[in-house]
Design a binder for this molecule. Structure first.
Ligand SMILES: [Zn+2]
Length: 250
């Protein structure tokens, strides 16, 4: 009797989300794959042999990964062909910081083996814009709102989550309830934080597809609300937020 093979070989279009060194010579690579969502694969010899994965295991690289699945839960990366390296991304700290933030968002907001083809394509599109130096701070916020929505965590900025009227000039923001609440309803939400009406309006317009760049004060207010929202839903702060702050970009 022939025993059924427990090894499945397949190829997946992937984006490298992050890598961690393992032992002396190996690396564990977390990939965002088009067909199977996030998965981590063991890349044996990745740090010793440059020939085996030439330039393929840098975060943000778009590649065709040849993978082997063993026993249904562990993966081995056998080979990787670079489709796009996005090497301009790594030419300045601002772009590095924004790309790492985008990658961390996708890594933290999705689960293993849960395919998100639209999010995959939206990440690829964002990385391409960043590579061509065509994505500023408002594009990052737009990407973030889009990622949150596609991952099932869409914050609502208009209308008021409670009375469904306009959020008005003195809204509050409650990450637990999922968004903005008007000044009239605010007393019923004691854990909400005060927000600026113009920030909430700007985020709502961005969510609707308007692409006017935000001025600095709006960006900073928007960043505060989104950090609070993401931290509340993940139970921790994204590491790359601190890196964005350190290099002074938003
Ligand atoms: Zn209300």
């Amino acid at each position: 009797m022939v025993r059924p093979s427990r090894v499945d070989r397949f190829e997946e279009e992937s984006i490298v989300l992050s890598t961690v060194d393992y032992g002396e010579a190996d690396r564990i690579v977390t990939l965002f794959t088009l067909g199977r969502g996030r998965l981590s694969a063991f890349a044996a010899g990745a740090r010793k042999s440059k020939r085996r994965f030439p330039g393929a295991l840098e975060p943000a690289t778009h590649l065709k990964a040849r993978l082997v699945e063993r026993r249904g839960d562990t993966y081995r990366l056998d080979a990787a062909d670079v489709v796009t390296s996005f090497h301009h991304l790594r030419s300045d700290l601002g772009r590095i910081a924004r790309s790492l933030y985008a990658l961390e968002l996708c890594r933290e907001l999705t689960r293993d083996h849960e395919a998100h083809p639209q999010l995959f394509n939206s990440l690829l599109e964002y990385l391409a814009l960043l590579d061509r130096a065509q994505a500023g701070p408002t594009s990052l916020i737009a990407f973030e709102l889009d990622t949150l929505a596609r991952a099932g965590f869409r914050p609502q900025f208009a209308p008021c989550l409670h009375c469904h009227r306009e959020t008005g000039p003195r809204p509050v923001f409650d990450p637990d309830v999922g968004g903005a609440i008007c000044g009239n309803c605010a007393p019923q939400f004691p854990y909400a934080v005060p927000a600026e009406g113009r920030v909430v309006d700007a985020l709502s317009r961005l969510q609707e597809g308007e692409r006017t760049p935000f001025e600095a004060a709006i960006r900073s207010g928007a960043r505060d609300l989104l950090n609070l929202f993401i931290e509340h839903h993940l139970g921790r702060r994204l590491k790359s937020v601190d890196f964005l702050n350190q290099v002074g970009v938003d």
